[in-house]
Design a protein around this ligand. Structure first.
Ligand code: FES
Ligand code: FES
Length: 151
């Protein structure tokens, strides 16, 4: 089957019920997307499908059709830049394991809602777990990125 990943058409030969996360990491060597729980409970595997944040560990590749898949490696543009700068400015990551999922969720939020309230941030990021408890810095960085993007 063919998948559209980070703007490139990729041919893959796997069963249709293979989780997207397996394809990204094992077939396409896109290792920025992480395996955490495998059951949609931690957010480490978050990627965008047509701009929406999805858990790639429970997304079967056979359901994707021509959807545009974006991983952390394929992020580009104003919102991702603002988020990545904000992350760097206050050194959000600790061990880093959860962070690509956090960034993917943050970019999806700010793309849809450039001026989120704290409650919006809380709600959008609720499914992304961080064992190092960087939650406060994540929230601050998202609000800083929103501020930096202006109106
Ligand atoms: S690995 Fe997918 S949500 Fe945890
Ligand atoms: S930075 Fe370590 S799990 Fe989030």
């Amino acid at each position: 089957m063919q998948l559209d990943v980070n703007g490139r058409k990729r041919e893959i030969a796997v069963p249709e019920d293979t989780p997207l996360l397996w394809v990204l990491r094992d077939e396409l060597q896109l290792l920025g997307t992480k395996f955490g729980c495998g059951i949609a409970q931690c957010g480490a595997c978050t990627v965008h499908v047509d701009g929406r944040p999805v858990r790639s560990c429970v997304t079967k590749v056979g359901t994707l059709g021509a959807a545009k898949i974006t991983t952390i490696e394929g992020l580009a543009g104003r919102v991702p830049e603002a988020v990545q700068n904000a992350w760097r400015e206050i050194d959000v990551p600790q061990c880093g394991y959860c962070q690509s999922g956090q960034v993917m969720s943050a970019v999806a939020l700010l793309t849809k809602n450039a001026k989120p309230t704290e409650a919006d941030v809380e709600s959008a990021m609720r499914g992304n777990v961080c064992r190092c408890a960087t939650y406060q810095r994540i929230r601050t960085a998202i609000l800083n990125a929103s501020e930096a993007m202006g109106d």
